[in-house]
Design a protein around this ligand. Structure first.
Ligand SMILES: NC(=O)c1ccc[n+]([C@@H]2O[C@H](COP(=O)([O-])OP(=O)(O)OC[C@H]3O[C@@H](n4cnc5c(N)ncnc54)[C@H](O)[C@@H]3O)[C@@H](O)[C@H]2O)c1
Length: 244
């Protein structure tokens, strides 16, 4: 099925590994030209090389906490890949335990800056380039933990991401830019077994989520299949947020 992503230009943050890499790979396989960016510049370059058989893919260092990196990274993507159609605001930090005050207050600024403000900065930076092409798509990475009663400081920032998504959707509509989010459940990664067991038992679907489980939501939100959808955050978590 042709999703119409062939030749589109995408920038993905935090794409050297993890979910960001999965998103970048999915877009490249659809023929999109992708800038894989990461605070780990060498990792981004290596990841881009792995995907180069699919489409035109570049990799370089971009720390989302740095306004200069954001400005330079967006300009480089536009210059080397020819424009900007899709931004995947994936990079984020996980900190803190199951209540907001379990994290030292001195860590709050970093968490809010990386997980929330950087997404707004990137959106602001890509906006004129998308507007120049008649529109675009932004996908913000939230988390299903945003909707838990057991709320960590991390979860608070991810709920803020969903709020930012609503606000940006309204603000960017005049430029033809749709803004949506994905709230994944706990996917494969380095998490203690007791946490995995607790989350999986709370899910309606009793298995651990795989990175690939998120690809359908990403491609849907990036393509015209979702042309009447904006300001939404899609939960992809096996039903966990209905229970916890
Ligand atoms: N893995 C999960 O189960 C899960 C669940 C819900 C939400 N998320 C969210 O998905 C996103 C990716 O999660 P992950 O588990 O793949 O992450 P991860 O910890 O594996 O990191 C992914 C990449 O982000 C990069 N990164 C870290 N700080 C950065 C910065 N300041 N600027 C640019 N890149 C940076 C890292 O170098 C790494 O390559 C995050 O926003 C996370 O909160 C993950």
């Amino acid at each position: 099925m042709d999703l119409g992503l062939n030749g589109k230009v995408a920038l993905v943050t935090g794409a050297a590994t993890g979910l960001g890499y999965t998103y970048a790979e999915a877009l490249a396989k659809e023929g999109a030209h992708v800038a894989l960016t990461d605070i780990d510049g060498d990792g981004a370059v290596k990841a881009a090389q792995e995907l180069s058989q699919h489409s035109k893919v570049i990799g370089f260092g971009l720390d989302v906490a740095s306004q200069q990196d954001i400005t330079d990274g967006v300009a480089r993507t536009v210059s080397e890949l020819g424009g900007m159609d899709i931004l995947v605001n994936n990079a984020g930090l996980a900190r803190g335990k199951w209540n907001p005050l379990s994290m030292p207050f001195e860590d709050w600024d970093t968490l809010l800056h990386v997980n929330v403000a950087s997404l707004a900065r990137l959106a602001h930076e890509v906006r004129p380039h998308m507007a120049a092409r008649g529109g675009g798509v932004i996908v913000n990475q939230s988390s299903n933990s945003a909707y838990f009663k057991l709320s960590s400081a991390y979860a608070v920032t991810k709920l803020a991401v969903s709020g930012l998504t609503i606000g940006l959707a309204e603000d960017f509509e005049p430029d033809g830019i749709r803004v949506n989010g994905i709230a994944p459940g706990m996917m494969t990664g380095r998490v203690p077994q007791e946490v995995i067991d607790m989350v999986v038992s709370a899910q309606t679907l009793k298995r651990r989520g795989q990175h690939e489980d998120l690809v359908g939501a990403l491609l849907y939100l990036c393509s015209d299949m979702s042309s009447f959808v904006t300001g939404q955050t899609i939960l992809v978590d096996g039903g966990a947020a209905l229970r916890i």
